[in-house]
Each structure stands twice: as structure tokens, then as C-alpha cells.
Design a protein. Sequence first.
Lengths: 294, 256
Amino acid sequence: MLVKDFSNLGYGCGLRPAHTSHLISQKPTSIDWLEALAENYLDWSDGRQVSALENLENLRNHYPIALHGVSLSLGSTDPLDREHLKRLAKLIHRIEPAWFSDHLCWTGVDGKNLHDLFPLPYTEEAIRHVVENICRTQDFLGQRILIENVSSYVTFASSQMPEWEFLCEIARRSDCGLLLDINNVYVSSRNHGFNPKDYLDAIPIDRIGQIHLAGHRDKGDHLIDTHDAPVCEAVWELYRDFTAAKGPFTTMIEWDDAIPPWERMEEEVRRARTIGGILHVRTDSDTQSASTRI
Amino acid sequence: MSEQTATLNQLQRAFSRCVAGPAQDWKGDEAGVRQQPTLSTARRIGIYHYAYSARIGDSLVEDFSGVASWLGEASLRQCVRPYLELYPSLYHSLAEVSRHFPEFLRKHPPSGAPEFIAELAEWEWHQILTVNTDARPLPETRPNESLESQNFSQVRLALNPSLTLFESRWPVDTLMEKMSLPVAPRLTRLAAWCTEDDYHELRIQSTEWNLLLLLNKHTNVSDFLAQAQGLSISTDRFSRLFTLWSNRRWIQGWLP
């Protein structure tokens, strides 16, 4: 079954504490949906439940919500953490997100979390391993997930293929969807010297559930994926070309650090909407049907 | 781990050592990193290595602003790697990485740190728990049970678990910012709690503290009243306190 049932939610942004009160009180119509970081709403290891969950439920009544994870560590050789999956399943059951996404990466090994998104070697061994973990995750959660390409600063000598082949093959074998981060493609292309258009041309559009746009820092001889700045012109250009050829897609602005005032965030979302090419009008039925989209 | 992932596992362990171990002039062979033009392998691995301590350092500085004020931010950041070596993160969320930092400071206080630094850190961690987490539900709670007068004496009482009670040998609530005056030890008992929008904290007097500890034993109303008599508190004051605490939702009651 192809992943065409990741509906187009329109244009949104990440839900950040600095904007939560404004979103709850004003319910701005400048955004169509929100992406929430799953780990911010999961029960803690000692069983405590985070207090911010009520805010998320409140917003869920007004906007479709997608949950985005950073710690499934699908590429780690550690076994999948069933307790984490249980907490995740509980959150998904409660919030009924449009979908859940996490990264094509590993975050640690031997039980230790290094709290970063490390790239994998692009090998057949890694493909088999990640596909098995994605399939187990999808079986456990009872739904298809999206996996996101990460930005990277190293590649491994054992890699047998370019990153885009690795990503697409994993998506094909596990029948998962893709969260395509165009900023990450651009950052990695500069750091590793490939053409970002080669990457984007290889992505099968029927697997794309969502697009991320974000800002980065230019350090001269390399780029750092910081999410603390506006989307740069080169990334906007890639997004424009990509959506003109293959879009539109559900799109969001990721701005995680040095969070701007809400009005500045709205500008970025507005620009994505303008470039993305459609005016998505959110209706009540969007919100109500979000839980049944997958 | 299966034989099929042995190579991947070796790579991940080696790369993890580069990230979490001591900094060095990495050649890349350690973790199978490919040499690439434009940036040396050492700098490429270094991006991950230094991001690791910076990320956890940011988290500790944010969570322990009082400790940072007394130690200095740079000195606090110097604790990051020793802390993570002893207490590596086993958590999925960065929010929990700070969990063992007060214990670390108690066992390994930085040179020149004030005597109260670990207790201040512990108070700050309790503040984080108060603000960021909800109460865990009480065991065997039947919240919809109607409380009828004939069984009121059997109602079990407890403190709302979201209420934090904290006892320190130091006036930690006054130490959130570094001051030049000398700090003297003083037994300090604090309560911290959240309402819908706000965080609150206040000092608790000795008799009130003992009453609150009694409440925390999940005794029923009649046993609680009997034990409270031993605290030499007037009926009026007892009544005022009980009403005040109920209004603040510090007290929960349920029928077992």
C-alpha cells in the first residue's frame, strides 16, 4: 500500500513554549497545523506526566497536530525500547495526531543517549536493521510513520551508496512515509559536496508526508544545522523548485532556538504558503478527521 | 544484537567514544569516518563532540541558574563531562538529564563551591519537577465516590503529589542569586506548587510542617485528627490551616 494517505495539512510550524499562550488565546488562522515534539509530552521515566500535555490537548481541539520524535533511535543497534514505545503509543492514543515522525539516525548505543542525531553508514546491513526497526515500530503503534533525513557532518568509509538511495530504499522496504527536510538536504550537500537537486530528484513523491524548512549557521567551510535563524534563500529556492515540480506538500517551519516573536514566525509560514503554491483553508473537518488520516 | 549488525554496532560504539570521550586529534580511523575535502576529519567529528557537551551544558545552565550564579557558568560547564561520565543519560528527553546533577555536586563539589551548592541544586531540581510535571494519581483512588457524612471519618487524606515539600539546612530560597554577604546555615522548610498559570513557593513553620508530614502518611480522617492532637495546635488554627490547604488543593481525600 502506498503512502498517499498522508493528507495535506497545509502550512504550519513547530509548537514552542514561547508561543503556546498566544496560540491558545488567539488561535491564529495564519497557520493550518502544528508539529509538537513528542518527547516534551511523554511521561517521565519515574512515571510523572508532563503538565504541558493539557496545553497540547487544548490546541488539538483547534489545529491538526503532528507528533515529531527525536529519540526512537531507529538506527541504533540497541534493541528498540519497548517502554518508550509504550509511552509513545499512550501519547498517540491521547492526542490522535495526524501522524508520528522520527529520524533516520541513531542517538546512542549501549543504553546511553547522547542526545544527537547521528548519521548511519549507507550500507545494506544498516538498511536491513533500520527497516526491521521501522516495521516493528509501525506494528507496535498500529500506524505508518514518517522518517526524516538528518543533516550530517561525517560520512562513513563503509557507505556503499549515496544518502538518498539509502533513504528511499528504507522507505520502500518498510513502506513508511518520508518527512523530507530540505534544509537538512542543503546542509549535508554543502558539508559533503553533493548536488542537493540530485537528492531531491530521487525522492518518490508518493512517499512524502511532510516537508521541514529551517535555518542554519554558515561557518564558512561548513554549515551547522541550528534551527535558530530564518530559512535561507538557497533553501527557499530548492523548496520553490521542488514544490513547483512535485508539490504541494504539507510544510512546516522548524525554529527551535532563539525563537522569534510570533509575528516573525507567521512571516516564514506565509512565505512557505506563497511558494508552496496553494492556499489551504483550514476547516473544522480538518481537525476532526486528523486522527483518521493514516 | 544479531550477527547481522555486528559491524554497525562496532561503528556506533567507536563513534560514541569519539563523542563522549576525551577530545583528541581524531584521524577518522577510530570510527570508520571517511576523509573528505573542505574539512578535516578531526573537525567533522569535533562538531559532534563539542555539540554534546554544549547541549547538555545549556540544559544544566538553564535548569540550575542558581548554581550557575554561584559557581559561574564556565565552572558549571566544566562539570558537564565528569557528570556525564558518572551519570550518562539513560533518558529519552533532555529534560531528565539534570536528574542526578544534585547528587553529582554532593559527591564531587567543584573546587571553591559553597557548602550549600548541592542542596541548592536539589531545590532547583524540585522546582523543575513542580513546574513541569503533574501529580501522579494516588493509588486506589476513586474520585467519583460521593463522600457521605457517615463514612467521612474513613476518608483517607494525602497531600497532592504535585506539592513539593523541601527541607534544607540552608535558606536555599534566598540563594538563587549570588550575594556578597556570608551565608549562614538555617533550617528551612519550603512548599512549592503550581496553579493554572503560576508557580508559588513559601516557607513553612515547624507545626505546619509536622501537620503536612502527617497528611502525607495517607491516614484516614479520624486517625489524622487523633495524631494532630499531639502537635499542640489550637482547633481554630487547625481549622484555618485545613481550609487554606484545601483551597490551595494541597490536600486530596478519597475513600479506599
